[in-house]
Design a protein around this ligand. Structure first.
Ligand SMILES: CC(C)(COP(=O)(O)OP(=O)(O)OC[C@H]1O[C@@H](n2cnc3c(N)ncnc32)[C@H](O)[C@@H]1O)[C@@H](O)C(=O)NCCC(=O)NCCS
Ligand SMILES: Nc1ncnc2c1ncn2[C@@H]1O[C@H](COP(=O)(O)OP(=O)(O)OP(=O)(O)O)[C@@H](O)[C@H]1O
Length: 204
């Protein structure tokens, strides 16, 4: 099965792209969804987080207080590394399971929507990397609007990730999302024309 890693910085438009691809019939694995599963109530992932960060990262009902943990790790590199060390193993395992399900269903290719695909070296497992690219100023504005963050908070999140210029050197396909949604869709239609057949099921 052909593996396509879809990546890009925070608020770059990966979900917008992967939802479009999913509507076209491509199987998509969303690492942000998996990252929520592995810290659900009662999981070993959540227990390990509490053991390191303390139970002040929990809400009253025992579930993870995500904004609170975000405020900690996006401003502290050592703690972010620890979070990654704890969770990426669980995330990777679950992603492999989901990929196996798609493989068993006969799909020719699968999209791995992974924000930290390059930072974690997971790109090495991919056959190709698609990057959703946009200038940091546009990114910051979209992130502030979507998450209701201050400029400083948005900048801290952007700075916690690899720069766009570096990510480009690992990518075979660049999807430019500086423009309107319509301009994005035009590129996706073109991309589907050249790559869409990869996803076809073997028995179809
Ligand atoms: C810190 C957490 C609790 C904040 O939760 P929140 O609901 O506010 O954000 P969400 O999970 O939707 O992530 C939004 C975006 O933040 C960025 N991001 C998330 N985690 C990290 C990280 N460890 N380092 C850098 N950027 C990150 C990604 O671009 C992601 O798409 C959460 O992001 C988390 O658990 N992160 C660790 C798991 C992880 O590395 N996820 C990325 C997928 S591999
Ligand atoms: N071309 C565009 N024009 C205007 N807004 C856009 C465009 N593309 C995406 N957006 C908006 O920008 C925000 C970020 O997009 P999206 O959620 O798809 O990014 P993402 O890369 O999946 O983010 P994250 O990884 O941080 O969850 C959303 O509010 C989305 O509606």
């Amino acid at each position: 099965m052909y593996k396509i890693g879809l990546t890009g910085g925070i608020a770059s438009g990966k979900s917008t792209v992967s939802e479009w691809l999913a509507q076209k019939g491509a199987p998509v694995i969303d690492a942000d969804v998996v990252a929520r599963e592995v810290v659900a109530l009662g999981t070993p992932g959540l227990s390990e987080l509490v053991a390191y960060f303390g139970d002040s990262i929990l809400q009253g009902d025992g579930t993870l207080d995500r904004p609170k943990l975000g405020a900690i790790i996006f401003n502290d590199e050592a703690k972010r590394k620890m979070l990654n060390d704890i969770l990426h193993r669980y995330i990777h395992e679950r992603i492999d399971e989901l990929a196996m399900m798609h493989y068993e269903q006969g799909f020719g290719a699968v999209i791995y929507d992974i924000p930290l695909l390059i930072e974690t070296n997971w790109y090495k497992e991919m056959d190709e990397v698609w990057l959703v690219a946009l200038e940091p100023e546009v990114q910051k504005a979209r992130l502030m609007a979507r998450n209701g963050l201050s400029e400083e908070e948005a900048q801290a999140r952007i700075s916690s990730q690899m720069s766009l210029a570096d990510k480009k050197t690992y990518s075979q396909v660049i999807i430019d999302n500086n423009g309107t949604l319509e301009e994005l869709m035009d590129q996706l239609i073109q991309l589907w024309q050249t790559k869409g057949d990869l996803f076809a099921k073997e028995d179809s």
